[in-house]
Design a protein around this ligand. Structure first.
Ligand code: GRF
Length: 195
């Protein structure tokens, strides 16, 4: 039988997408396991969710590794140690080191809460994205899963799903609807990325 693939998840925030991946693996919907969670934020919900699920959780930041070379080396060492097959960025707020991009070329993916190329790039994270969608008067938004390249939100798109913007939506109500869509969508899409 083929060995289950190993997914390393990078996350900085609450970690609800990480949780969806963990749950998807546990339920057998994703034929893989989360081999490591890497965060630049030691107090993040993502780190707590990893520890609760007994998944090795690593805090790597400028505090733990003052130079970018040391930081990248520590991350790379961890990824190799747990035999990472693919890397999934689930709300990770840092750029990925070029050496790691080379080592895992085409195997690093990010989820973004809009229909890229709309509402992506620097500063487009969290509630800012959804506020910009409302301000622009859009009637639909969505979720994009894309490969990661050296810039923010510019890598090749793998899959997109639309989410309606409803009359009376605030950035908060829209954010909640998009986040729920993300949780379902990423479980479906990750399965196709493991092949
Ligand atoms: C998600 O909206 C994701 O698309 C974006 O960051 C958010 C992370 O949310 N990249 P969570 O920490 O997984 O709850």
């Amino acid at each position: 039988m083929q060995k289950n693939k190993n997914i390393a998840v990078f996350a900085s925030g609450g970690g609800s997408n990480l949780q969806a991946i963990i749950d998807g693996c546990k339920a057998g919907k994703i034929p893989a396991k989360v081999c490591a969670v890497i965060s630049n934020n030691s107090k993040s919900g993502a780190m707590e969710r990893a520890r609760n699920a007994k998944i090795p959780a690593f805090h790597f930041s400028a505090k733990t590794h003052p130079t970018s070379d040391e930081l990248a080396a520590a991350i790379l060492h961890t990824l190799k140690n747990c035999e990472t097959d693919i890397i999934f960025l689930a709300g990770y707020m840092k750029k990925i080191d070029p050496g790691i991009l080379r080592e895992y070329a085409n195997r690093i993916f990010n989820i973004h809460p809009s229909l890229l190329p709309k509402f992506g790039g620097k500063g487009m994270y969290g509630i800012n994205v959804h506020q910009a969608v409302i301000d622009a008067g859009e009637t639909e938004t969505g979720v994009t899963i894309h490969r990661v390249d050296p810039e923010y939100d510019t890598g090749e798109y793998v899959a997109q799903r639309t989410v309606p913007v409803l009359p009376g939506d605030t950035a908060e109500t829209l954010a909640a609807r998009v986040l729920e869509a993300e949780h379902q969508f990423l479980v479906e899409v990750i399965c196709t990325l493991l092949i």
